[in-house]
Design a protein around this ligand. Structure first.
Ligand code: NAD
Length: 420
């Protein structure tokens, strides 16, 4: 076993490491600490100890979150470069992610912790008071490493909890840098970053110290987290995957909506939880919409996120690259036609041509499952009620969008879409 050489606010530095791969080359470019159970115990212990004081002084917590925002903002270039290197998105978007993180830290620093009186009459008095619970175990995915880390630790710390945070093994570096930058911003033990492979996540959910697990990731892992949390009835928040449909109504103009639909589906190379994963369009508008989307897909500049003139970076991980390749190949084998793309790019790294698929319908894997990548099926429909039923029938929730020239009509249809 390796000894933790340092745990504080808190990065566990270990002798053992694991590889971090640059998705633009497919090559190992860095190492990250591979924490074992003893490192995790030390982080949990530090967080539990820090909680005793951290929970007491709300104004200190707000001040610290503001200093955290300033500290991160001052290191925008360094953090953005790490995000691009480990996750692949263009540097411009990575800088935006850092700015977003800074904005959310400021938001949480000022967020009111409201007390709500729900009853105050002769029969009784009842008030909702928001109190911290202790240590939060936070587990994040790879698609937006920095903002997802901030969304986890900032509200938890504001409320008076302390945090042990694990980034994805695919994208540990920006979060480790965050831990280093904030080491002196929060008192020791308040924010602890542990990096390691997937079993570290499972050890966190089984650990007796946390009172709550905050998890963002896939549905499959979310089910394991919920089962682990059930053993000792830990509180749990699960932010999981989706198969977000865009429903185009018969009064929408394909030429006017294509640009926003394309951005809504292909931002971050299709690797955001809420991006559009499938488009349903009436038969009459189908050809025009496919043509307009394909034009944009063909025009999108795909390349290393470190290059200046890039719109879309690589797919972030090898397993995700393999999954997108497999789902597109399956659709093509079942009669789909690629109006754009349809294949991996012939170059090193995990690059996939932005893909628009037509001639597909429900029952094909890329329509029924979350693809989480730069490939979009466009599906025809005839009857609005029937298509709403189709999009509502699957196992996924999360988001849906409705596209119409008439906002009131779009809102009425949106009210019938299932998002949970
Ligand atoms: P994943 O489920 O494979 O991994 C997520 C995290 O869980 C990683 O840190 C991983 O190491 C850890 N983990 C793995 N096995 C674990 C276990 N048994 N117990 C506890 N933790 C474990 O997901 P991913 O591939 O990293 O992320 C992509 C998924 O995340 C997509 O499905 C996407 O839709 C979803 N996502 C959802 C949201 C949202 O807010 N709803 C946001 C971003 C991403």
């Amino acid at each position: 076993m390796t000894e933790p050489t340092m745990i504080s606010n808190g990065v566990a530095t270990t002798a053992a490491t694991f590889d971090v791969i640059d998705p633009a080359t497919g090559e190992v470019f860095a190492q990250a600490p591979d924490a074992d159970r003893r490192h995790l115990d030390a982080a949990m212990e530090a967080a539990a100890e820090a909680y005793r004081h951290w929970r007491l002084d709300e104004s200190e917590r707000r001040r610290s979150l503001l200093v955290a925002a300033e500290t991160i903002e001052a290191e925008t270039d360094r953090l953005a470069r790490l995000i691009t290197l480990e996750q692949g998105r263009p540097l411009r978007d990575a800088r935006a992610e850092v700015g977003w993180a800074v904005g959310w830290l400021r938001y949480y620093a000022g967020l009111e912790l409201r007390r709500e009186i729900v009853q105050d009459d002769e029969s009784g008095f009842a008030e909702v008071v928001r109190r911290p619970g202790g240590v939060v175990a936070a587990i994040a995915p790879w698609n937006l490493p920095l903002i997802l880390a901030v969304w986890k630790f900032a509200p938890a710390l504001l409320a008076g909890n302390t945090v042990v945070l694990k980034p994805s093994p695919f994208t540990p570096l920006a979060t480790l840098a965050l831990g280093e930058l904030l080491r002196d911003v929060f008192p020791p033990g308040v924010l602890n970053i542990v990096t390691g492979r997937d079993p570290l996540g499972a050890w966190m959910t089984e650990h007796p110290t946390p009172w709550k697990i905050s998890f963002t990731g896939s549905v499959a892992t979310g089910k394991k987290v919920a089962a682990a949390a059930a053993r000792d009835l830990k509180h749990v928040t699960l932010e999981l995957g989706g198969n977000d449909p865009a429903l185009v109504l018969d009064d929408a103009d394909p030429g006017r909506i294509a640009a926003d639909l394309f951005t809504g589906a292909f931002m971050n190379s299709g690797q955001n939880c809420m991006v559009i994963k499938r488009v349903y369009v009436p038969e009459r508008q189908h050809a025009a919409l496919v043509e307009a989307l394909a034009e944009r897909a063909n025009a999108a500049r795909v390349g290393s996120g470190l290059d200046d003139d890039v719109d879309l970076g690589p797919i972030s991980t090898r397993p995700q690259f393999d999954r997108v390749s497999e789902l597109v190949a399956d659709a093509l084998a079942h009669g789909a036609v690629a109006a754009a793309g349809g294949r991996a790019l012939d170059r090193p790294g995990y690059f996939f041509a932005p893909t628009i698929l037509t001639g597909v319908s429900d029952g094909t894997r890329i329509v029924d499952e979350e693809q989480f990548g730069p490939a979009l099926p466009v599906i025809t429909y005839r009857d609005l009620d029937e298509v709403v039923k189709r999009v509502n029938d699957g196992p996924y929730g999360l988001t849906a969008s409705v596209w119409s020239g008439d906002p009131a009509r779009a809102a009425a249809v949106a009210a019938t879409a299932r998002t949970a």
